[in-house]
Design a protein around this ligand. Structure first.
Ligand code: ATP
Length: 238
């Protein structure tokens, strides 16, 4: 399992004001891998995801995507390079229709967007049924599918998912992870943050555990799932 590297993060330091919250993160995601990023609340996972997407400027370290240096690029150029974040809290545009929300994801690649929209409707049939409705009227699970569809419209080389299961009912979470598993089987490269650690590890190839802004463990998903100390800390609720 040594596909070429897709995403490389080296010695990444990020701060809020004078307080460092990431203390030199090293992390790699290989092509077509699903990598889970685990850690307690406040460990720095969201800050890392936002830094990767260009929404939070790191103070040190580097971010590379298939050799291209993303470290100092803005959010739009990072999407153009193929790194796409589905942010925590979904952040759909509630007043816009479902269809328009999806199409917004194609703003950098408008060519062929109708065909890709159709692909999204095949993947998420519920979104087809509700395409004319305002996105704010969708259930939480549907909004999450919508946020993922919007992300996929940007033709990601790597998709970052920040807490996709947050606030969803168990049955809906199951559906969500089935959709993610399908994406994995199709070969999409994914970096996934989720409190449902057991579910995340079940679809992941490898995992990194972050504590206090540092990577404290990494390994295959099986190794991390079998680690008694980590199981106690993170797998209880998942
Ligand atoms: P959660 O699952 O709760 O989002 P997390 O692992 O994603 O946790 P972050 O949100 O990245 O953690 O937060 C990392 C640290 O940075 C925490 O100590 C948090 O209090 C702090 N922090 C986050 N956002 C800000 C901010 N805007 N200003 C100051 N400190 C912040």
């Amino acid at each position: 399992a040594s596909a070429p590297e897709m995403l490389g993060v080296g010695k990444l330091v990020a701060s809020y004001g004078s307080v460092d919250v990431l203390h030199g993160i090293d992390l790699q995601v290989r092509s077509s891998e699903v990598v889970a990023l685990l850690g307690a609340n406040g460990a720095g996972k969201s800050t890392l995801m936002r830094a990767l997407a260009g929404l939070h400027r790191p103070v040190q370290g580097g971010i590379h995507l298939q050799g291209a240096d993303l470290t100092r690029l803005g959010p739009e150029d990072i999407v153009r390079q193929g790194l796409v974040l589905v942010p925590e809290g979904r952040q759909v545009f509630p007043e816009l229709s479902v269809r328009d929300n999806i199409l917004l994801g194609a703003f950098l690649h408008p060519e062929g967007r109708e065909a890709r929209l159709e692909e999204m409707f095949v993947r998420f049939p519920r979104l087809r049924e509700r395409q004319a409705q305002r996105a704010g009227l969708l259930s939480g699970g549907e909004q999450q599918m919508l946020a993922i569809a919007r992300g996929l419209m940007s033709k990601p080389r790597i998709l970052l998912l920040d807490e996709p299961s947050l606030g969803l009912a168990p049955k809906v979470i199951e559906e969500l992870f089935q959709a993610l598993d399908t994406l994995r089987q199709e070969g999409l490269t994914v970096l996934l943050v989720d409190q449902m650690a057991a579910l995340a590890l079940a679809i992941a190839d490898r995992a990194f555990v972050v504590e206090g802004g540092r990577v404290v463990a990494e390994g295959s998903a099986e190794e991390i799932a079998a680690d008694p100390a980590l199981a106690k800390a993170y797998l209880g609720g998942g």
